[in-house]
Design a protein around this ligand. Structure first.
Ligand SMILES: Cc1cc2nc3c(=O)[nH]c(=O)nc-3n(C[C@H](O)[C@H](O)[C@H](O)COP(=O)(O)OP(=O)(O)OC[C@H]3O[C@@H](n4cnc5c(N)ncnc54)[C@H](O)[C@@H]3O)c2cc1C
Length: 260
């Protein structure tokens, strides 16, 4: 695909807006964060996403959804983190072509059930597979600012240490607040001395995380669970949650793509 440019003339004025790329941050060898300055800031909830629409000079358009990684406390600037799918259409464009100063066409915020607001309280059990960490980071950041006493445990499944997105933020999360814990499952490659999980997420792991969350919380309150990532990850995580007794009504899911 050639270089794509926003086509404001054909965009529905009510929904789409032009946004300027302010910064590009390399997160991992296949994840970059794009900080966008919105011309029309709109309040959003942690967990929501934006649609991005690219238009080629010949009019061909491609549209994809990307979750907001930043906290809703600043709705004028949003972070979108895009994981590179090598044979994909839109994510390689982001990785190879999009630079600070570029203008992109976006629509949002979008999304209802997969959101968290402080009134929903917790404790929160956040299950992320790969780039599924993106909206959960927004939830964690919002929790830090708006409800720091809400206990939260993030279980993050990644292939290897070099695939961990937001490493610095996650390393500091537990240190910043004793109500937050981060557990990692590295499914394919583990560094020497690795003491985290070394397998895919399963019911035993989820049970252990719930037990840890209950100990942190000092009660047996059933957590509110959010699972996000590739379809296969989300289905496994949801089944595991149900099998250890979390009610369906307490489980929220967001699927990013096909089975891993
Ligand atoms: C609500 C929502 C929020 C999302 N948020 C994010 C986000 O924050 N960050 C992010 O990187 N992506 C996110 N996605 C996925 C994103 O919308 C695209 O699907 C993804 O970037 C791939 O687009 P592409 O054009 O590069 O690949 P495509 O051209 O659409 O697909 C190319 C090939 O890759 C496969 N594929 C597509 N998506 C995935 C995937 N996620 N994992 C593995 N294989 C895949 C396809 O089946 C196809 O074979 C989200 C999706 C949804 C529905």
């Amino acid at each position: 695909m050639g270089r794509l440019v926003p086509d404001a003339a054909t965009a529905p004025a009510t929904a789409w807006q032009l946004t300027t790329v302010e910064r590009v941050t390399v997160e991992t060898y296949r994840a970059k964060t794009f900080t966008l300055r919105l011309a029309e800031p709109r309040p959003f909830r942690a967990g929501q996403h934006y649609d991005v629409r690219l238009t080629a000079p010949d009019g061909y358009q491609a549209q994809r959804s990307y979750s907001v990684a930043s906290a809703p406390d600043d709705c004028a600037r949003i972070d979108l983190t895009v994981e590179l799918i090598p044979d994909g259409e839109v994510s390689p464009y982001f990785h190879e072509m999009v630079e600070p100063g570029d203008v992109l066409e976006v629509r949002g915020p979008i999304g209802g059930p997969f959101t968290w607001t402080p009134d929903l309280a917790g404790p929160l059990l956040l299950l992320a597979g790969g780039s599924g960490i993106v909206p959960l980071k927004s939830i964690l950041m919002h929790r830090d600012l708006a409800a720091p006493d809400t206990p939260a445990l993030l279980l993050y499944s990644a292939r290897g240490p070099e695939d961990i997105i937001y490493r610095k933020f996650l390393d500091g999360a537990g240190r910043r607040n004793s109500c937050v814990a981060v557990r990692c499952a590295l499914t394919r490659r583990q560094p020497p001395g690795w003491i985290g999980y070394s397998r895919r997420v399963d019911a035993v792991m989820v049970r252990e995380c719930i037990d840890e969350l209950m100990t942190m919380h000092g009660s047996d309150a059933v957590p509110l669970a959010y699972a996000c990532g590739p379809t296969g990850f989300v289905e496994t995580a949801a089944d595991a949650l149900l099998s250890v007794g979390v009610a369906e009504s307490a489980i929220r899911t967001e699927r990013f793509g096909p089975t891993q």
